[in-house]
Design a protein around this ligand. Structure first.
Ligand code: HEC
Length: 141
């Protein structure tokens, strides 16, 4: 084979593997820098995903929030990749908080949620969601 042919084969192999990265690898590459390898966050700066993030999916506004938060909505990942990595985060870091009938995110749901207006003010939206979850008894006060 000519050298260019080897190069073409290597390129194709490289492209196909990068398209098929596991959700864990996507997390490590795109989210871990801030959220930590175990989803532990940085106290006072980046919220923990561990033992907590599963609560959000009990209510529609919480489901939307997990996709609309800036680090997620503005990431360079595709909608399908974001659906996968979010489902992976929920099941890996917060299985005990997830509702029993947890319905995983589909790429279509991510597309729809991501297209809405960006969340400019994260804290008040997050606080309103947590308040509602507390009033429903899902998060203990
Ligand atoms: C540059 C740092 C950074 C990166 C990279 C990042 N995040 Fe975040 N993330 C944050 C911060 C800071 C917050 C708190 C909300 C805010 O200020 O935006 C947050 C909030 C979140 C939340 C909401 C948690 C809560 O309890 O409010 C989720 C879910 C989340 N990020 C997921 C991800 C995912 C998935 C990725 C990778 C695709 C990612 N983040 C990449 C910094 C980051």
């Amino acid at each position: 084979m000519h050298r260019w042919a080897y190069t073409a084969v290597l390129l194709l192999v490289g492209m196909s593997t990068s398209l098929a990265l596991s959700p864990e690898k996507l997390y490590l590459l795109h989210c871990m820098g801030c959220h930590g390898s175990k989803g532990e966050g940085i106290p006072g700066r980046v919220p923990t995903l561990r033992g907590f993030v599963g609560y959000f999916v009990y209510i529609p506004e919480g489901r939307a929030f997990l996709i609309q938060v800036p680090g997620v909505a503005n990431s360079s990942l595709s909608d399908a990749e974001l659906a996968e990595v979010t489902n992976w985060i929920l099941r890996t870091f917060s299985p005990e908080q997830l509702p029993k009938d947890f319905r995983p995110y589909s790429p279509e749901e991510v597309t729809q949620l991501r297209r809405k207006a960006p969340l400019l003010e994260v804290s008040p939206v997050r606080e309103a969601i947590l308040q509602k979850l507390r009033s429903m008894g899902i998060i203990k006060p």
